[in-house]
Design a protein around this ligand. Structure first.
Ligand code: PHE
Length: 313
C-alpha cells in the first residue's frame, strides 16, 4: 500500500486511491469500524496504520500539486512586451468634457450648480423673467409651446428663478441644461445647451460680472481672454450687455449678460433696494465647438463614434 501511494503519478489516481481507502466503503474505514472485538494492542496497530497512511496521502498530494504548479508556471507567463493600451477606450463626449471644465471653474469661483425641468411653466420661463404675455421675446416662431400652455424651456434663466425662489439671497449659482428653440443650421440646433450664472448680494456690481467672465473664459480656453462689451437688451436685465471675445483677429459674440432687473428680484420676493446682482448666459455647445475646433453643431448630438474619433475624442 505504502509503495503504491509513493508511485502514484497523478492527482486523479491519488484521489481514487484515497477514496478506496478512506471512503464510505474504503478498506481502512472497514478496519476502523470493526475494532470493537479487538485487543488494545491490535487497535493501536490499526490506529497507527491509519495515521501513517493519511500522512503519506497528504505528502503525495502536496508533491503532485507542486509538480502541477511548476508545469503551469513554466508554460504560462505574462508577455510584458504586449501593448497595454486598450483598443477602444471610452472618452467623454465634448459636451460632457466642456461642462466638467466650465463647471469646475465656476465652482472654484464660488458658484453652485443647479438644474431644473426642461418642460417649464409660463411663470419660470417668461413672466417671472419680466417677459409679460405680449412681449415679442415670446414669439411663437421661436418657442415650442405645449398644448397645456407649458413650453420647452427656451433658456436656462428659468433655473435662476427656481433657485432664487427656493433659497433666496445672497445667492451665487449657475444653471445648466438643454434648451429648445425653433432654429436649425450649422451653428444653431433646435436643442442646445446653456449655462447661466447668477450672483446676487448687497455689493455686486457690473465690474464683478466682467471679471467673472474674464476669469471663466481665460481658464476654460487656457489663454488670456480679451473682452469687449456692447449694450444690448434682455427683458430680465438692466442694463443689458453682450460680450465679445477676441479670437485670433476676430471678435466673437460669446454671452448675454447684465444686472438683474428689479422686477425679476421683486418677482422672487427679493428687495431690489437692498440686493442687486448680475446674470450671464451662454451657449455651452458653442463654447465646446470653439475650444475643440468643431465647425458644425449638428453632429454634436448624433453620437457617431467615427465623427467623435475624427475630432480627437
Ligand atoms: N437667457 C439669455 C439668452 O438665452 C441669455 C442671458 C442670460 C442674458 C442672463 C442676460 C442674462 O439669450
Amino acid at each position: 500500500m505504502k509503495d503504491k501511494i509513493k508511485n502514484v503519478k497523478s492527482l486523479e489516481e491519488l484521489q481514487k486511491m484515497y477514496s478506496d481507502t478512506f471512503g464510505k466503503n474504503g478498506t481502512m474505514t472497514a478496519k476502523l469500524k470493526n475494532m470493537a472485538g479487538l485487543s488494545n494492542e491490535e487497535r493501536s496497530i490499526i490506529n497507527a496504520e491509519n495515521a501513517e497512511l493519511r500522512q503519506l496521502f497528504k505528502e503525495k498530494q502536496n508533491e503532485l500539486e507542486m509538480v502541477a504548479l511548476n508545469a503551469k508556471l513554466a508554460t504560462e507567463y505574462v508577455d510584458v512586451t504586449l501593448d497595454v493600451e486598450p483598443q477602444n477606450r471610452g472618452t467623454f463626449h465634448p459636451l460632457t468634457q466642456s461642462l466638467k471644465e466650465i463647471g469646475s471653474v465656476l465652482e472654484s469661483l464660488g458658484f453652485t450648480m443647479w438644474v431644473g425641468p426642461e418642460i417649464e411653466d409660463d411663470w419660470h420661463n417668461f413672466t417671472a423673467l419680466n417677459t409679460p404675455e405680449y412681449h415679442p421675446a415670446r414669439d411663437m416662431q421661436d418657442s415650442f409651446f405645449l398644448e397645456n400652455g407649458n413650453v420647452m424651456r427656451t433658456q436656462t434663466s428659468s433655473i435662476q428663478i427656481r433657485a432664487m425662489e427656493k433659497v433666496g439671497v445672497p445667492i451665487k449659482m449657475f444653471g445648466v441644461g438643454r434648451t429648445y428653440r425653433k432654429e436649425w443650421d450649422a451653428t444653431h440646433a433646435p436643442m442646445f445647451g446653456q449655462i447661466e450664472g447668477l450672483y446676487i448680494d448687497k455689493n455686486v456690481t457690473i465690474t464683478d460680472l466682467v471679471a467673472t467672465m474674464r476669469a471663466l473664459l481665460s481658464k476654460f480656453f487656457e489663454r488670456d481672454i480679451q473682452l469687449r462689451i456692447r449694450p444690448s437688451y434682455f427683458p430680465f436685465t438692466e442694463p443689458s450687455i453682450e460680450m465679445d471675445m477676441k479670437w485670433g483677429d476676430r471678435w466673437l459674440e460669446i454671452c448675454g449678460a447684465g444686472m438683474v432687473h428689479p422686477n425679476v428680484l421683486k418677482n422672487c420676493n427679493i428687495n431690489p433696494n437692498e440686493y442687486q446682482g448680475f446674470a450671464f448666459g451662454f451657449g455651452w455647445d458653442r463654447m465646446a465647438m470653439l475650444k475643440y475646433n468643431l465647425n458644425d453643431i449638428r453632429p454634436i448630438y448624433d453620437g457617431d463614434i467615427r465623427w467623435l474619433k475624427n475630432n480627437g475624442f
